[in-house]
Design a protein around this ligand. Sequence first.
Ligand SMILES: NC(=O)c1ccc[n+]([C@@H]2O[C@H](COP(=O)([O-])OP(=O)(O)OC[C@H]3O[C@@H](n4cnc5c(N)ncnc54)[C@H](OP(=O)(O)O)[C@@H]3O)[C@@H](O)[C@H]2O)c1
Length: 337
Amino acid sequence: MISFLESKQSVMDLSVHSEGNSEIMAEMMEIQCCPICQRKSLLSPFRKSSVNLNLLIKMDPEMDSQLRIGFIGAGNMAFGIAKGIVSSGNTLPANIKVSAPSNRNFDRFQDIGITTTHSNVELVCGSDIVFVAVKPHLVRDVLNETTVHFTDKHIVVSVAAGVTLETLEELLPEGASVIRLIPNLPCIVQEGALLFTRGSCAKPTDGVLLRSLLQHCGLVEEGPESWLDIHTGLSGSGVAFVYLFAEALAEGAVKMGMPSSLAHTIASQTVLGAGRLLRDSGKHPAQLRSEVCTPGGTTIYGLHTLEQGGVRASTISAVESATERARQLGQKSAAKK
Ligand SMILES: NC(=O)c1ccc[n+]([C@@H]2O[C@H](COP(=O)([O-])OP(=O)(O)OC[C@H]3O[C@@H](n4cnc5c(N)ncnc54)[C@H](OP(=O)(O)O)[C@@H]3O)[C@@H](O)[C@H]2O)c1
């Protein structure tokens, strides 16, 4: 795998490499020492844009392995993404750390070699990329607690639904590289659908690096922030819509006399097979559907029943309502400023 890493050298790195220039650089920046990691941190205001430290763009298959990745929050989403990153084989599990207040979710991370801590500050100080993976209402507290420990070396990736880039950028030091990412639950089996948007100070290379890291989590796309709420409706919530349909398929078979466990097993395999064929064939769903419809056969009878029940209209409305709800939640989080 080829990955790009834009070097965002810390002030400390710079003082080592630029020797005689370090005093001049120190004068240009506000530098403080982090009590946790003892590294010099650049506090707000961030580095002046005239000081170009982004010296290196490396194309190096080993590069991801040198990155230190942190997850604030040890829940399902953090685990799904961390598992995808580990499964790429490009990042050492020992270079990934998660933080959470309790131990209750730590076992599964530790089982795959990921380290754990109860300190969000320790996590931020020891990471190059920090995923914020707590529930949306906790994002403000978590970032308020850690904000002074972020340097211009960090990339911050929030997966919190509805928490806008504007809110995130306001909570972090000026100039911070922030990315909003909306994943979905199948990340856990490396079949997620992920959409991200870069904040005003996140560079294209930060996006390239994120894509490279997440390539084993599933499909990863970039788009404007206004699409993230739609993606939440389509894919974040869409997973649950598909489960409802799978459950109803199985219940139909149970009604017709099939044992429940076999009906559910076959329903899940049907959803999986249909999904893979849809993705891998690249065909429009209507085309695949018509290929299954023998004139006068079973499928067209069943489809007619589904259409009479309004399944198409209610699915469109479900995506619409979930999108609207994501927008409302985003407005609420912005209003709490
Ligand atoms: N699940 C989805 O399908 C989905 C899809 C898209 C986006 N998201 C977003 O992903 C985020 C996480 O969701 P989730 O489903 O993974 O949640 P979750 O399973 O409930 O996990 C939340 C984690 O946050 C930890 N936590 C709570 N307070 C904390 C603090 N102060 N500092 C550090 N960690 C703290 C919890 O710690 P304990 O382990 O101690 O309880 C837990 O590990 C949410 O913002 C959600 O909007 C989820």
